[in-house]
Design a protein around this ligand. Sequence first.
Ligand SMILES: NC(=O)c1ccc[n+]([C@@H]2O[C@H](COP(=O)([O-])OP(=O)(O)OC[C@H]3O[C@@H](n4cnc5c(N)ncnc54)[C@H](O)[C@@H]3O)[C@@H](O)[C@H]2O)c1
Ligand SMILES: [Zn+2]
Length: 341
Amino acid sequence: MIVRHFRGSYAVEAKNLADALESLPEDARVISDANVWHRYGERVSKCLPSLVLEPGEATKSIVQFERCLEWLAGTCATRKTRVVALGGGVIGDLAGYVAASYMRGVPFVQIPTTLLSMVDSSVGGKVAIDLKSGKNLAGAFWAPESVSICLEVLKTLPDRQFAAGMAEIWKTGYIIDVDLLKRLRTKRLSVDSESLSETVMRCIDLKRQVVEEDEFETTGRRAILNFGHTIGHAIEQVTKYELFLHGEAISIGMVLEARLGELIGITPIGLSREIEADLASAGLPTVLPNVIQASELVRVMYRDKKADTKALAFSLLEGLGTCKLTKGVPEAEVLGVFGNG
Ligand SMILES: NC(=O)c1ccc[n+]([C@@H]2O[C@H](COP(=O)([O-])OP(=O)(O)OC[C@H]3O[C@@H](n4cnc5c(N)ncnc54)[C@H](O)[C@@H]3O)[C@@H](O)[C@H]2O)c1
Ligand SMILES: [Zn+2]
């Protein structure tokens, strides 16, 4: 599959990890995290310099960003050196931003190792690190040179991480692909499913279409990928990224945003219950814990990139398979969704 972007294009290909690693050029530099490296590092050619970082969101920091840049300089990386991300979305986002910045930009290769990073973060060209003030606040559009989808690595992914990646797959069904949704509802997808490859590549292809239509998020089209995310991001933030994985937070976010859509007459009544049943059956959380205050969530939502200072914005379902960015949603309606003021 070829993804086009304003500077050119790149291929996203399913292959096995050995082939993906073998095709790396001699001057590549590999950035990974310890969980992934411990399992797959020995398959990386011994000649390739590698930097292994701590797993976890805290690694997407300015400190690790600087460390990666200094490491590239210290290993005499040039403008032609390829920076390779071997890991989940954390490593992909960080290594991508490092590649975008080193010597004003060097080629970047993605080998995503989580379900979420395969179907979501490795495609679309957004790279970023977190600041103390918030997530993904420093970043760039820096498309990879290639993306290798090596499904065999998912066998070692913890179940909870797999389920979190599934939340983005369900989201793709809700916003854009009813057939995908029907298949998901018929048979629970697992790491051993025959249809896993087809499903992952279908999700990537749909993301490709949306991103190609609106690469820099100017028309509102790309915003549909954010269904469940306005509330989901707020949940992640008020719980300090400790309680939920990203996919878990957006699972709750999708149920609540479907309910919001129903309340303001955009989403057909009953959809939120269907979504709740789907996600619960996939082992995902669907209910907001009581300790989280709605007013606190709303306060955080005003900082969402889609919102302006006075009005909240959400990507809401108009039906199964169709979604649109809805601006100017009154705060009172949003509070009504939570029912705990
Ligand atoms: N750039 C984008 O468009 C975009 C889109 C969505 C999410 N993101 C970002 O992605 C990040 C989340 O990514 P993630 O969910 O992949 O998390 P992650 O990178 O933290 O990986 C999750 C956990 O799984 C481990 N792991 C990774 N691959 C493994 C494997 N094959 N076997 C065993 N363990 C493995 C990791 O070490 C980590 O502990 C967030 O920072 C988010 O902001 C970016
Ligand atoms: Zn997401």
